[in-house]
Each structure stands twice: as structure tokens, then as C-alpha cells.
Design a protein around this ligand. Structure first.
Ligand SMILES: CCc1nc(N)nc(N)c1-c1ccc2c(c1)N(CCCOC)[C@H](c1ccccc1)CC2
Length: 324
């Protein structure tokens, strides 16, 4: 599959600014799946045809049918993965996976059990982990590593645009091999990933308004395209505020790599117009991760929607530019 100048775009769908996913195919003939391209994990899984009919979350999504693919290779090894929200169990299979028109022979998991909470809310079928190989369950080589070893990409990077307005089209874009200048302005500011081989960086502090309120001694920030929101060691989570006060709320600033990345109230308030009136929720979630891993912040979709992100495997660094 020839790629335009070595960069491969995949359009993403934006569901209510909280879920972003794009289409891949598995098998021959192609079976289509919607997946989240997730920098917080490194495995590919999709629901299996052989999932239990009692697994509602499995039943309401597209399922991979090995018996209908002539390029299916049996494996059968057990698989289990845990996300901050929900877990998935199944078994391994191998088949041709096509991402953005690039085919790879890929070991992936057929999910036979998905935790109903929260997968019944998932608009996507599965997850395509874009994390480093060392976080891959069962030591499986991730999809992006398989694509890099084909030497079809101009650069060993991938970039993510998440739109902020569900009415926008496309709802986002993943670019393999480069960046898309249509979706950012100005220059990229880069920072090295921590030696842990994850898409995480050292953060120097979090300010609310003018006050450095959190992470004053430094902490870890995971740049996670698979999370909807921002989580940190906060006790307030899903904090409701009076919509009238929203415009007076301060900006929240993340100090990363010598730069300050601010989110205004429009970036971090989920404003829902409901019958009984408007409901405004602060989209920061409390998640306490104990040392040595924590204290850890997860910068998810509502951060990425504001700051176009380049994930650079060649130089083990992350770049941010202002999203349009
Ligand atoms: C993508 C996989 C993943 N990867 C990482 N690193 N973190 C997490 N949290 C997830 C994860 C797992 C499950 C679900 C999820 C996300 N969802 C969010 C999509 C985010 O799309 C960008 C949706 C949701 C709806 C309601 C309430 C909670 C969550 C569906 C359920």
C-alpha cells in the first residue's frame, strides 16, 4: 500500500468530546472495527465472535470471526488487560490488520469477556494500543512497531488531533509517520519521555489561576489518548459547578518541559444542556496512585484537544503545538 509521502492519516470520530476512535480492518476478507488509538496501553484487542452471549458489552459491538478469515492463524494463549476504567479477558489470535491502508501480520486478543461497566458505554469496538513494547501484555510486538519495521513511514512518529466540537468533521485524526499542519499552529515544544518506556513525562507543577496548587515538587504526567479526561491526585472528581460561575473559573496550567500549557474553563468544563437546565461538570477526575508509580497525572482527551500531540519513537520525546 503506497502512502502519501510516508505519512498515513486515519480520520477519527468524536463522540461527545469524550470518546475518539477510528476504523481498522482485521482478516481476509476485511472485518471492520472501530478502535481507540491508545497511548496508555500497547495491545490490540477486539470483541470475539466466541464471546459469551451474556457479555452485553461484547454483544453490542462488532465481533471478529476467525472462521470467516482465510488469513487467520490460531494461537489461543490467555490474555487479560486492566484499564483505569474496566478490564478485558480473552485469548490471542493472529491475522492481517490494516491501519490507514498499511497491512501488518499482528498478534491481537479476541475479547471474550468485557466488564459491562464501562464498556457498555463504549461507542468503539476495541482498543489499539500505541504504547511502547515494554508495556505490552504477553510481550506481543505492538502494531506501530510492526509498521515501523516495514520502513514505509517518513518518520518514526505518530500524531493525534482530537476535535473539541462534536459537530466538527472529522472528529479527529491520527497520522502515522508525521504531523498534519492543518490541525495545529506555531511550533512544537518537545520534552523527553521518562526512561520508563511509557508515553509519560516529568511535570513541574500544576497551577490553578496564579497559585501552584499541585505537583509542586514535580510528578509524572502520562499523555494518554485513551483517557477522556484529566486525572490527578485530587479528591474532587466529577465536580459539579453552577454554570453561571463557569466564566469566572480560573485557567489550569500544566508546567511541562519548560512550557506552560493552560486549559481554560471551556476546555475543562463539560457543559450539558438538560431538560431541568444546564449542568456543568469539571472534567478532572480524582485518581490516587501511591508512590513509587504515583503521584501521577493522566492528561487525556481534553488536554490533547487543546494541544496537538506528536509522539516521537525515534527520539523518545513528546511534542505539543497549539491545536486549531
Ligand atoms: C481506550 C481504552 C482505555 N485506555 C486507557 N489508557 N485508559 C482508559 N480509561 C481506557 C478506557 C477503557 C474503557 C472505556 C473508556 C476508556 N472510555 C473512554 C474512551 C476515551 O476515548 C479517547 C469510555 C468511557 C465511557 C464512560 C466512562 C468511562 C469511560 C468507554 C469505556
Amino acid at each position: 500500500e503506497d502512502t502519501n509521502n510516508g505519512t498515513v492519516p486515519t480520520p477519527l470520530t468524536n463522540y461527545l468530546d469524550t470518546q475518539y476512535y477510528g476504523e481498522i480492518s482485521i482478516g481476509s476478507p476485511a472485518q471492520m472495527f472501530n478502535v481507540v488509538f491508545d497511548t496508555g496501553s500497547a495491545n490490540l484487542w477486539v470483541p470475539s465472535q466466541s464471546c459469551s452471549p451474556f457479555s452485553t458489552a461484547c454483544f453490542t459491538h462488532n465481533r471478529y470471526d476467525a472462521s470467516k478469515s482465510r488469513t487467520h492463524i490460531e494461537n489461543g494463549t490467555g490474555f487479560s488487560i486492566q484499564y483505569a476504567a474496566g478490564n478485558v479477558r480473552g485469548f490471542l489470535s493472529e491475522d492481517v490488520v490494516v491501519v490507514g491502508g498499511i497491512p501488518v501480520v499482528q498478534v491481537f486478543a479476541e475479547a471474550t469477556a468485557l466488564s459491562a461497566m464501562p464498556f457498555i458505554f463504549a461507542k468503539f469496538d476495541g482498543v489499539l494500543g500505541m504504547g511502547y513494547p515494554n508495556v505490552a501484555i504477553d510481550g506481543i510486538t505492538p502494531v506501530f512497531d510492526r509498521i515501523m519495521s516495514q520502513h514505509v513511514l517518513k518518520e518514526e512518529v505518530f500524531s493525534v488531533y482530537y476535535s473539541r466540537d462534536p459537530k466538527h468533521s472529522p472528529g479527529g485524526e491520527l497520522v502515522l509517520g508525521g504531523t498534519d499542519p492543518n490541525y495545529y499552529t506555531g511550533n512544537f515544544n518537545y520534552m523527553g519521555t521518562k526512561e520508563t518506556g511509557k508515553w509519560e513525562v516529568t511535570m513541574k507543577g500544576v497551577s490553578v489561576g496564579m497559585d501552584m496548587m499541585f505537583c509542586a515538587e514535580g510528578c509524572t504526567a502520562v499523555i494518554d489518548t485513551g483517557s477522556s479526561y484529566i486525572t490527578g491526585p485530587l479528591d474532587e472528581s466529577g465536580y459539579k459547578v453552577n454554570c453561571d460561575t463557569v466564566k469566572t473559573l480560573p485557567s489550569v496550567t500544566f508546567h511541562l518541559g519548560g512550557q506552560e500549557y493552560s486549559l481554560t474553563q471551556e476546555d475543562y468544563i463539560l457543559w450539558q444542556s438538560q431538560i431541568e437546565g444546564d449542568v456543568c461538570t469539571v472534567t478532572f477526575r480524582g485518581l490516587d496512585v501511591p508512590p513509587p508509580t504515583g503521584p501521577i497525572w493522566i492528561l487525556g482527551a481534553n488536554f490533547i484537544a487543546r494541544y496537538y500531540t506528536e509522539f516521537d519513537r525515534r527520539n523518545n520525546r513528546i511534542g505539543f503545538a497549539a491545536a486549531v
